[in-house]
Design a protein around this ligand. Structure first.
Ligand code: BGC
Length: 739
């Protein structure tokens, strides 16, 4: 009996250790097969190697290229630099295979667009696509062929610095933005002027615990499927060429070795056929976190998981030949990974006419072209969100004589570009100050910095009295507050979500003057705006709006452009509410505002449940009135559809664009469902006094959910349907789904 038990344990142990062969798809192509057949094993491993070359290449770099040990390069930019490296690869290495140049072209290359979170606030998929196309035109003209974007990690914690790179809290909006960005990068421009896209970080990186980057995380398979996977599926359906795995682990297994996610889910279920790469050094990281005893085992694990390309660790290039020779991996697995790399090179045009991609003249014409700047401004305008506008403080009237612009970001330049600003130059940035000055040529504009920025909120109060004096002499004050470019982005976690340094004190002191105050926020994340909003008559979230940010701000403050952006993420009332998002599952002890006593409900003892600004929130210089919802029928079948329409009237004095949002609730379902789920939206341009109709088609896919078996399901019964201006101000009706 004991022996049987031992045998069983041994069998279980061996099964667990056994590494099933990778299920990586085999991409076959005649041209690629020919190249592959001529490569040595060492050269094949070289093709899977991606190394960083920042600035001048070292002799070691050049030697590696000559020896065929470099397949791709990151951090080398510009036609001059990259052409030099490319010539060595083509003319001096035995195989002559060109290098694939890759980069973090996240939201622009030279002309920097608003951060992706801001772009998502436009809810304008066409503008988002165009913005990615601008980035692709510029970067491809500068010798780059692949970008590590879009990042599609859904996140509900604004403490995490990387939320600026994604599209906010909602998987539906996130999926549409993901597809728009993939298409923008990959197919918007003529041949050779696009970038291959690499969607990242697969999967669940945004669930990082306590907002600290690279942190542990733990979430259910249900959350994985409902929240984190959909934007990846959207990228795959849009034809994304490659995918990067996350630094993190899913269910305890690092993504670089996670066969469930990288094979069963990604390949078999989601149908991804392109190249998979690690993130920076995630292979040796497996030794650091103690899931592999050494680099050789870690490399074997990554290869057997079907990871095709090794970012920066050089483990593939140095260890793959040994692993093949010792039978730990097969040469066929290596060949399949090389096929993926060569396919990317083919798609980029590198296998046919590599030098055509390195054109100095095109680079000169393309970077910061008038067209690129104009198109970038379009999305900068659409992405700013008006959060408060008491007494129509905005737009500012041209008659105003004395304007004080106060705040540490009034004359900032680099801070408008954000963490991932690539070749974006602070000198090209139109500052907020300059943008306002341009729009109000007749006003007397004064300036005070107000406080210095210190990341630990200790210093910087000495300048406050001077700022108060400046405010006293003005008719109107524009406060420009926020965070510096490095305070969000990778590694930019923050515990406090109050504006850094003495900015809240500064605002409170200026508010005491009683002057009308317009506050503008430059930030990569939703900050706690509770006190800021109280001390401001108007509040505009500019995010980090990029190169043209100042111009866009000026045009919004003057009323030339009527703001239309809506929050892609809930703005908490208090930090302790985090994670806070609109699509909470229903709970048995739901909190009902206004009913007391309320102790046994899902609520706090000390602060309100509601956020300061809900998901989908944003004001306009005009007002909109919604009628009741009209349904084409009160029932639909599982193969049918129905339409829901609503009249929206512009009841103000100026033309405005309204983003009309549709949410659904499955009233009775075998799985607890969110009380609200965004399922559609549309933008209406409405003239003053005019009424327009928003019409939505409800199709069965909008009523589906992921069942107990993790398969798509749809259940008959009642559905509530909501339409409105944001996730908490909604008209409501219901219909029945019948068999
Ligand atoms: C980040 C990736 C990025 C890569 C290359 C990593 O640290 O997580 O998102 O693409 O660096 O710069």
């Amino acid at each position: 009996m004991k022996n049987i038990h031992h045998l069983l344990v041994l069998t279980l142990f061996l099964t667990a250790c056994q590494v099933p062969k990778s299920k990586a798809p085999v991409v076959k192509d005649e041209q690629i097969e020919k190249i592959l057949s001529q490569l040595t094993l060492e050269e094949k491993a070289g093709q899977l190697n991606l190394i960083p070359i920042e600035g001048e290449p070292t002799e070691e770099h050049l030697q590696m290229i000559r020896e065929g040990k470099v397949g791709s390069v990151i951090k080398a930019n510009g036609v001059d630099n990259n052409l030099k490296l490319q010539k060595i690869a083509i003319e001096e290495s035995r195989s002559g295979i060109p290098i694939l140049f890759q980069e973090d072209v996240i939201h622009g290359y030279k002309t920097i667009a608003p951060i992706p979170m801001a772009e998502a606030a436009s809810w304008d998929l066409e503008a988002i696509r165009k913005s990615a196309a601008v980035a692709a035109r510029e970067a491809s003209a500068s010798g780059i062929q692949l970008t590590y974007a879009p990042m599609v990690d859904v996140c509900r914690d604004p403490r995490w610095g990387r939320i600026l790179e994604a599209a906010g809290e909602d998987p539906y909006l996130g999926s549409l933005v993901s597809a728009a960005r993939v298409k923008g990068f990959q197919e918007s421009n003529p041949k050779n002027e696009n970038l291959l896209s690499c969607v990242k970080h697969f999967a669940g990186y945004g669930a990082t615990l306590a907002g600290r980057d690279y942190n542990i995380q733990d979430f259910s398979e249900r959350e994985l499927r409902e929240i984190y996977l959909p934007p990846f599926q959207a990228a795959i359906d849009a034809g994304v060429a490659s995918l990067m795995c996350a630094y993190t682990a899913y269910d305890g297994v690092p993504l670089t070795a996670n066969k469930f996610l990288m094979q069963d889910v990604l390949r078999d279920e989601m149908g991804f056929k392109g190249l998979v790469m690690t993130d920076w050094e995630t292979i040796p990281n497996m030794v650091k976190i103690g899931v592999a005893a050494n680099d050789t085992i870690a490399t074997e694990m990554a290869m057997n998981t079907g990871i095709d390309m090794d970012m920066t660790s050089k483990k593939y290039v140095s260890l793959i030949p040994h692993l093949v020779k010792t039978g730990k991996i097969s040469e066929e697995q290596v060949d399949n990974a090389v096929r993926q790399v060569l396919m990317l090179k083919k798609k980029a045009g590198l296998l046919d006419d590599p030098y055509a991609l390195f054109d100095k003249k095109r680079e000169k014409q393309e970077l910061s072209s008038e067209r690129n700047i104009e198109e970038t401004k379009e999305i900068a305008l659409k992405s700013m969100v008006l959060l408060k506008n008491q007494n129509n403080t905005l737009p500012i009237q041209q008659e105003v004589k004395n304007i004080a612009i106060i705040g540490p970001f009034a004359k900032a330049n680099k801070d408008l570009l954000g963490w991932w600003h690539m070749m974006g130059s602070p000198n090209d940035v139109v500052t907020y100050f300059a943008g306002i000055q341009k729009e109000f040529p007749n006003a007397n504009i004064t300036y005070a910095k107000g406080c210095e920025i210190d990341s630990f909120r200790v210093a910087g109060k000495e300048l406050i009295p001077q700022a108060v004096n400046t405010a006293k002499k003005a008719d109107l004050v524009i406060m420009i507050l926020g965070e510096e470019y490095w305070m969000s982005g990778e590694g930019g976690g923050t515990a406090s979500l109050h504006l850094p340094s003495a900015q809240e004190e500064l605002l409170a002191a200026v508010a005491k003057t009683g002057k009308p105050i317009i506050t503008v926020i430059n930030a990569g994340r939703p900050y706690i705006m509770t006190e800021v909003a109280e001390n401001s008559d108007a509040l505009l979230y500019a995010w980090m709006p990029g190169t043209t940010g100042g111009t866009a701000l000026g045009e919004i403050l003057s009323g030339k452009f009527n703001p239309q952006g809506k929050t892609p993420m809930t703005f908490p009332y208090h930090e302790g509410q985090i994670p806070i998002f609109y699509s909470y599952r229903r709970t048995s002890h739901a909190f009902v505002p206004g009913i007391t006593p309320n102790r046994y409900s899902t609520t706090y003892r000390d602060v309100q449940n509601e956020p300061l600004y809900p998901f989908g929130y944003g004001l306009s210089y005009t007002t909109f009135e919604y009628s009741d919802i009209e349904l084409s029928s009160s029932e639909m079948t599982k193969n049918g559809s129905l339409t829901a329409s609503i009249k929206v009237k512009n009841t103000g004095k100026v033309k405005g664009n309204e983003i009309v949002q549709l949410y659904i609730q499955d009233v009775v379902c075998s799985i607890t469902r969110p009380s609200l789920e965004l399922k559609d939206f549309t933008t209406l341009e409405i003239a003053p006094g005019e009424t327009k109709i928003a019409t939505f088609t409800i199709t069965p896919d909008k009523l589906e959910f992921i069942g107990a078996d993790y398969k798509k399901a749809i259940e008959a019964g009642e559905f509530k349907l909501f339409i409105g201006t944001n996730s908490s101000d909604l008209k409501q009706t219901s219909f029945k789904l019948i068999q």
